[in-house]
Design a protein around this ligand. Sequence first.
Ligand SMILES: C[S@@+](CC[C@H](N)C(=O)[O-])C[C@H]1O[C@@H](n2cnc3c(N)ncnc32)[C@H](O)[C@@H]1O
Length: 202
Amino acid sequence: MTIRVSEFDLRYWEHRHTEDHERRPEGFEWLASYGTSVVHDAVNRHFQKDDVILELGCGTSGLMHDLAQDGFSRLKAIDYSQAAIDTQNSIHGDADIDFRCMDVSNLEFENSSIDGIIDKSTLDSLDCCVGVDDQSAARRAVQEAYRVLRPRGRWIVISLRDPKRRVEDFEGLFRLVDVVEVRTNDASPCADYFVYCFEREA
Ligand SMILES: C[S@@+](CC[C@H](N)C(=O)[O-])C[C@H]1O[C@@H](n2cnc3c(N)ncnc32)[C@H](O)[C@@H]1O
């Protein structure tokens, strides 16, 4: 049987999140948590507490739950893995967070209905996918985010990818506001990851 790459990716994540549900019922955090000062600072610098904030590819991360605990009140999170959404609802179902199963390249939100977007390692995972119509999967996600984000809305991207490459997908749609390079070890020759903020062009 031949399967398309996108189907393979979804099967991979579905399998991984289903296994994680058994092994790590408390969830799994990629790269950094809200408790990491650079993430906490970026969120509080670029978002207001009453902003409608959307997390793309939430997995089983506790990020949205931590934002809710800190007073952010209008939170949405999507992932295309139903297993990830089920885990989120079982861990954080009591918090007032709208978790939904959805593909980042086909967001079921109205145009300009979101004030801020955050993604942690989701664009990185899309970088591993093959796109369609000569467009990378990450570029398609950026176009869809542009549609649902309000003009001048901000997107915090926490990513392994260096600025030379990361910025390419945003060209013409978003401007880079700032980027922080994070090194957990000062002696390290390269960054561990980057925290970007992009602003949607008007
Ligand atoms: C590297 S994990 C990061 C998870 C979470 N953001 C974190 O920081 O712990 C990437 C996540 O993106 C999700 N994902 C990948 N492609 C997606 C797509 N096309 N639409 C929605 N979610 C996707 C995966 O299911 C996975 O949960």
